[in-house]
Design a binder for this molecule. Structure first.
Ligand SMILES: *Cc1c(COP(=O)(O)O)cnc(C)c1O
Length: 348
């Protein structure tokens, strides 16, 4: 709070609250440096980031996407007047299965919107090959993938555009916030107009824009958190290792992480053998004031506003997956307590 307050003093001194202010610029610079990426734009949230990405690439018609993500991935497609077409996920990586993407391509398909689920990078090489072959654009919803690399390169630099979320629940956050990343500077320029009502001058407009920008107060929170990001990431890795140890004997499936990835351990998903066992486990935890999230549930192919399609893997996993508590001050003994409750639920 003291570190945040220091930034607030500066905001009061300058009387500059929003509209591409100095803290927004500083955050963008520091993030580019930290993540080793060429370009990024700080935005109001991760949902407007997806919408701006779809708009900037001019996607129309059908977008092939994953049914296993947060609702914003699908709703952004619908909000932009496009049709989400779901390709089922791989049961091990929990990411969109490239083999299922090709089956879904039609003459109306213009793009692929895939999520790096729980920060686990998609099969970016296979997706790139499919996109090239069929002339499709690729957007990655990388909301969970802060600081993740694939083959030594930031995961945010894959695809035509990557989007991220800096919402308070994410490992790096600015209270509310988000970003778009692209290696093409023209595309970044276009998106910088789009995030600011289309302005390319005080009285001129390059395109139909939206208000996607973010404020000095949010940038201040981002700067304050960024100072501690290495400690935040290190703690998550230790906590994940503690869970691994504590959960021995629990019959759950874990996510398979991309072999070339440096992962961020920001979530701890476990997949139970049945939904019944998941519900029993949640009940046991809730009775002890522990509230894990059914993340992601339900499968997005079941939303009432999309065309139904068969995604049996996603349907099955979303009913059985639970993200166990993960937060910076989570103590080792709490993890062991959670594990004991889960084992009790399983063995009862
Ligand atoms: C959090 C999240 C979003 C939405 O980001 P907001 O910043 O909350 O708008 C989109 N996709 C995924 C996968 C997310 O986890």
């Amino acid at each position: 709070m003291e570190e945040y307050t220091q930034y607030l003093n500066g905001i009061w001194d300058r009387n500059w609250l929003t509209n591409n202010g100095p803290l927004v610029n500083e955050l963008e610079l520091k993030l580019k440096e930290y993540l080793k990426v060429k370009h990024m734009l700080f935005l109001g949230n991760g949902t407007i980031a997806i919408q701006i990405a779809i708009k900037a690439l001019g996607l129309k018609g059908e977008i092939i996407t994953t049914p296993f993500s947060y609702v914003a991935t699908t709703s952004s497609i619908v909000w932009e007047g496009c049709k989400p077409v779901f390709a089922d996920i791989d049961p091990h990586t929990l990411n969109i299965d490239p083999a299922r993407i090709e089956e879904k391509i039609t003459p109306q398909t213009t793009g692929i919107l895939a999520t790096h689920v729980f920060g686990n990078p998609c099969d970016v090489e296979a997706i790139e090959a499919i996109a090239k072959k069929h002339g499709l654009k690729v957007i990655y919803d990388a909301a969970h993938a802060f600081a993740v690399t694939v083959n030594g390169r930031s995961v945010f630099e894959y695809g035509d555009i990557s989007t991220s979320s800096f919402h308070a629940t994410k490992i790096f956050h600015s209270t509310e916030g988000g970003a778009v990343f692209a290696t093409d500077s023209e595309l970044i320029k276009e998106m910088s107009f789009l995030r600011n009502f289309g302005h390319n001058g005080p009285e001129t407009f390059a395109a139909v824009g939206i208000n996607g920008k973010n404020s000095e107060f949010h940038a201040a929170m981002g700067l304050a958190v960024l100072k501690h990001i290495d400690a935040l990431l290190a703690a998550r890795k230790t906590q994940a290792a503690t869970y691994d140890e504590a959960l021995k004997g629990l019959r759950v499936q874990k996510q398979t992480i991309h072999a070339g990835a440096q992962w961020n351990y920001s979530y701890y998903p476990v997949i139970f053998e049945s939904e019944e066992l998941l519900l029993r486990s949640m009940e046991e935890l809730n009775a002890n004031w522990i509230y894990p999230r059914r993340y992601f549930y339900p499968s997005l192919s079941t939303l009432h506003y999309v065309e139904r399609c068969e995604t049996p893997v996603s349907d099955s996993i979303s009913k059985r997956v639970l993200c166990l508590p993960m937060y910076h001050s989570l103590k080792k003994e709490d993890i062991y307590f959670i594990a004991r409750l889960l084992l009790r639920a399983q063995n009862n």
